[in-house]
Design a protein around this ligand. Structure first.
Ligand SMILES: O=C(O)CCC(=O)C(=O)O
Ligand SMILES: [Fe+2]
Length: 217
C-alpha cells in the first residue's frame, strides 16, 4: 500500500474537481459485478467525451508521476471511474473484479477530490489479515492498494465525497517482484542524485533491466 500526496498541483486539482463536478452522474451499480452490486450505493460519471477528457487527464498525471510509475509499473488502466457519495451512500465490503473490460486488475487506487472537512464518514477501509486500515484522504491524495483486498467505503453521513477510482494492470504481476523493483528504483535514483560511482550505477541499472525482462508480462 502506498500514499502519494502530489499527483496534481493546487491549480490542476481545482480544475479537475470542477470538471468532475460538472459531469452527468448515474447510478454506480452500472459498473459493479454481481456481488458488489448488492452493496454499492453511490453515483458515478456516465460515459461521454467530457468524462473521457477527465479520465485522460488523470491517466497522464499518473503516468508522469515517478512514485506512481515505480510502485505500480502500469501497463494499462483497466478502468477509471469518477464516483460520488452523498449522505446515506456507501460501498459495503467487496473485492474488486479480477477482470475489467478484458484486463487483469492488479492494483486499485482512490484519488480524493473532496477535502475531508467537507463531508463526514466515507472512510475507505481496507482489510488486512490482521487489522483494517481506514483512509480519509486529503484532496489530491492517492492511495494505491492491491486489488485482491476486501475493502469498503463507509457511509457518508453529511456532505459529499467525490473521488477518482481506478484499476491498474501492472507489467509486474507479483507484488513481491514489484517491491524488489521499487527498492532498486529508489537505490538507482539515490545513486544518480549523489556523486554516484558510474560503474555501480550501470550494474544496478542492468540488474533492474534484466529483472524487468524476467518478470514483465
Ligand atoms: O471510493 C473509494 O475510495 C473506493 C471505491 C471502491 O472500492 C470501488 O469503486 O470499487
Ligand atoms: Fe472497490
Amino acid at each position: 500500500m502506498i500514499l502519494i500526496e502530489d499527483i496534481f498541483d493546487r491549480h490542476g486539482l481545482a480544475a479537475l474537481r470542477e470538471a468532475a463536478a460538472a459531469l452527468p452522474f448515474e447510478d454506480g451499480a452500472a459498473s459493479a459485478g454481481r456481488l458488489a452490486r448488492q452493496v454499492k450505493r453511490n453515483a458515478q460519471a456516465g460515459p461521454g467525451p467530457a468524462r473521457d477528457a477527465v479520465v485522460a487527464q488523470v491517466e497522464a498525471a499518473l503516468l508522469r508521476h515517478p512514485v506512481f510509475a515505480a510502485a505500480a509499473r502500469p501497463k494499462a488502466f483497466a478502468r477509471i471511474l469518477i464516483s460520488r457519495y452523498g449522505p446515506g451512500q456507501a460501498y459495503g465490503a467487496h473485492v474488486d473484479d479480477a477482470l475489467m473490460q478484458g484486463a487483469r486488475t492488479d492494483l486499485s487506487f482512490t484519488l480524493a477530490l473532496t477535502p475531508p472537512e467537507d463531508y463526514e464518514g466515507g472512510a475507505l477501509v481496507i482489510q488486512d489479515r490482521v487489522e483494517s486500515r481506514g483512509f480519509r484522504l486529503n484532496a489530491g491524495e492517492l492511495v494505491l492498494y492491491p486489488s485482491d483486498t476486501l475493502h469498503e467505503v463507509q457511509p457518508v453521513t453529511t456532505g459529499e465525497r467525490m473521488a477518482i477510482v481506478g484499476w491498474v494492470t501492472s507489467w509486474i504481476r507479483s507484488p513481491q517482484h514489484r517491491d524488489i523493483l521499487f527498492d532498486l528504483d529508489t537505490a538507482i535514483a539515490a545513486e544518480e542524485a549523489g556523486a554516484g560511482d558510474r560503474e555501480q550505477l550501470s550494474r544496478l541499472a542492468r540488474t533492474r533491466s534484466n529483472l524487468l525482462r524476467l518478470w514483465a508480462e
